[in-house]
Ligand binder design. Structure first.
Ligand code: MOS
Length: 694
């Protein structure tokens, strides 16, 4: 399917004209407004909390603290009073006086307007018994522990740490700081109870079904007593992959005051209460022969989790399969810090891991005096050596070729710092990305109406990539129906259950169900009378293919940039992102997805860095003025190219995911280009000017 056949975003006009309704915008009768007050210490206990002035302030309906919060049944189970309120489970908001991180909610004011709620919140005074906190990962590496679960165990293929025996070896440490998702839409919820045992919420989540499960668990309700709607999401990048304490707090507050409660976090709370990409320190060791064959690869990572939950991601796993190598060792460990639990952020651990792996590959290519693409081709993995099975499909070599061609790779100089353009130094870099091509389970209802129009229903929602557009494009092709005859109903429990949007799986999972529903409709149509309404509901999931074939998407990002040596300024000139993501369903939205992720990678490489003042355990740049993300002026000419070849095994469309590979590999491509331009290897992100002039 070429560009010409792409359809426009079906919800594009609604989104840009303001008629798309986001969680906090729903008009609800009798609404009152919540405002959260956060702890000013990072660890310890609340000694006293004085809410009197707040309660007397104009417009205040109630003030909720641990002293008067309703007892949530799900918080009480299995509780040993001698254990911390939160041991290995989500933070129990307003449960007791214990503080686990800076800005943890200690109170919620509920008022008749947002402004009166905010004013009253300022009147609350708390005192604390402080305990010694730890927020600095680098100071506590001795506490690092391997998390539970088979994916995270130490891994050895061949001989452990064999890189040390390489004819040529390199060994370096790479650091990636805490990054914050910063979606444009703030975390928000409106919660309304109907009587004692029915609750409905509009909330910002990437999965209405999983949010419903969390509310069901917390309040011990039946699924049919909880309704969750999240039709439109203003970005999320992973922060909507779980239910956060603020959401439970709003449901709790609505019950307490007997009115619908709207709670919207303010921007600073987005930096402290809804997760982050965890700070991760990685060590890479590579050994190779003189002609560039990898003989050993060791990838170790130590990352942050919270004290109350174990957050894990596949940071080192990418090194097990990306390149052909007989001896591979990976180790992954966590240190508990007094912060909010991290959460997957676009590309998640693979993006972090690829920064180390792809930087190290570039360092080794340089040590060998080999072209970085040539070095990767020499070590191309023709099969998955971790699982010991063939790939379902892999067109990575095509990506190298396309990208090299479009970026002008032939102009790259092997010797860094030698390509000059006036005062500027020019460099070229590239980085490879990969992410599992998973498929989950989804149900879709399809109704072909008497007028020939089609309605598709699924509870899946969309944080931006264009789920409804994808469903429309697939159904349009399957039913040979114009896209404007197709309506998508989604983003609400009560519809046939779809997956959480995450892990680059939505198209594979939901698209397959759309194909199957359309196939069933077509079969029905053959025997139906003219004008008869036809309806089918299918539930679809993959079979054994994923056991027989290793399924991954692949990307290669290419960067041309310039560095001004006197000031350390970096000017991106050109970005080319290439992907093997199987069949491309709708090139226009796919290309938008791909360049959007690459922009995230630019932020990761050059700007994003949440700085914590470890004396107080609190962030100091928790706002969008001081925490930098790329803006339009930072973005150069960006091009996206797809191999667009069908994978025979992933799903009926032959597609593989795009959401993560759009970012994975981008940050090292930039770091490698900076090295090529200047001869300076920056191993701690972000690559800010100060690091280039020192
Ligand atoms: Mo994505 S990090 O699975 O939202």
């Amino acid at each position: 399917m070429g560009k010409s056949q792409s359809i426009n975003r079906v919800d594009g006009i609604a989104k840009v004209t303001g008629t798309a309704t986001y969680a906090a915008e729903h008009q609800t009768k009798g609404l009152v407004y919540g405002f959260l007050v956060g702890s000013t210490i990072a660890k310890g206990r609340i000694k006293t909390i004085d809410t009197k002035k707040a309660e007397w302030a104009p417009g205040v309906v109630a003030v909720l603290t641990y002293l008067n919060a309703p007892k949530i049944p799900g918080y009480q189970t299995g509780k040993d009073p001698s254990k911390p309120a939160t041991a290995g489970q989500p933070l129990r908001i307003f449960y007791d006086n214990e503080i686990f991180y800076y800005d943890q909610p200690i109170a919620m004011v509920i008022a008749d307007t947002f402004e009166r709620g905010r004013h009253a919140a300022m009147l609350i005074k708390a005192t604390y018994t402080k305990a010694e906190h730890q927020t600095n990962l680098e100071e506590h590496l001795d506490q690092a522990k391997t998390p539970t679960g088979p994916r995270f165990e130490d891994y050895t293929r061949g001989e452990a740490d064999a890189y040390k025996n390489g004819v040529v070896t390199i060994s370096h440490e790479y650091v990636q700081p805490i990054e914050i998702h910063n979606p444009m839409e703030l975390a928000s919820i409106i919660a309304s109870w109907e009587g004692e045992d029915k609750v409905s919420v509009f909330t910002k989540t990437q999965g209405v079904e999983s949010t419903r499960r969390s509310i069901v668990d917390a309040f011990k309700l039946k699924p049919e007593q909880v309704s969750v709607k999240a039709e439109y999401i203003g970005g999320a990048f992973g922060m909507g992959l779980r239910t956060w304490p603020y959401e439970i707090a709003a449901v709790m507050a609505a019950k307490k005051v007997g009115k619908p409660v709207k709670l919207v976090l303010h921007r600073e709370q987005m930096f402290t209460n809804v997760g982050s990409r965890p700070i991760t320190i990685q060590k890479m060791g590579l050994g190779a022969t003189k002609d560039g064959k990898l003989t050993g690869l060791t990838h170790e990572a130590i990352a942050q989790t919270s004290t109350y939950e174990e957050f894990t991601e596949a940071t080192v796993n990418i090194s097990r399969f990306m390149y052909a190598c007989p001896n591979v060792t990976t180790r992954y460990k966590l240190v508990k810090l007094d912060t909010c639990t991290p959460i997957w952020m676009r590309g998640p651990g693979e993006a972090t891991g690829a920064f180390a792996l792809e930087s190290a590959m570039d360092e080794m290519a340089h040590a060998l005096q080999m072209d970085p693409i040539e070095f990767r081709l020499v070590n191309h993995a023709d099969a998955d050596q971790e699982k010991n099975i063939p790939w379902s499909s892999k067109y990575l070599k095509e990506c190298y070729e396309m990208g090299a061609d479009h970026i002008g790779w032939k102009n790259r100089k092997m010797e860094p710092g030698t390509l000059k353009d006036g005062d500027w130094l020019t460099g070229y870099g590239m980085g490879t990305g990969s992410f599992g091509a998973f498929r989950g389970e989804a149900s879709v209802k399809a109704r072909l109406q008497a007028d020939g129009s089609l309605v598709l229903e699924c509870s899946v929602n969309d944080m931006g990539p264009g789920t409804a557009t994808m469903m429309t494009a697939i159904a349009s092709k399957e039913m040979d129906l114009s896209p404007d005859k197709i309506t998508i109903k989604m983003g609400s429990t009560g519809l046939p259950p779809g997956p959480t949007q995450g892990g680059s799986t939505t198209t594979s999972t939901v698209g397959s169900a759309v194909v199957e529903a359309c196939t069933a409709l077509k079969a029905k149509k053959e025997t139906a009378a003219k004008g008869e309404v036809l309806e089918v509901t299918v539930t679809s999931k993959g079979g054994d293919e994923a056991k027989k074939f290793s399924m991954y998407s692949f990307s290669v990002h290419f960067v041309k940039l310039q560095v001004h040596p006197a000031t350390g300024r970096i000017k991106l000139n050109h970005v080319v992102s290439c992907a093997d993501a199987g069949t491309i369903i709708n090139e226009k939205t796919a290309a938008g997805q791909m360049s959007g992720g690459a922009v995230g990678g630019i932020g990761m490489a050059l700007m994003e860095d949440l700085i914590i003042d470890h004396r107080y355990g609190r962030p100091i740049n928790n706002n969008l003025a001081d925490y930098h993300v790329p803006v339009n002026a930072d973005i150069p000419k960006m091009e996206v190219f797809f191999v667009n070849k069908k994978d025979p095994y992933t799903n009926p469309m032959g597609s593989k995911g795009l959401g993560e590979i759009s970012l994975v590999g981008m940050a090292p491509a930039i770091a490698n280009a900076v090295f090529n331009a200047t001869g300076k290897r920056i191993r701690n992100l972000p690559i800010t000017p100060d690091k280039l002039i020192s």
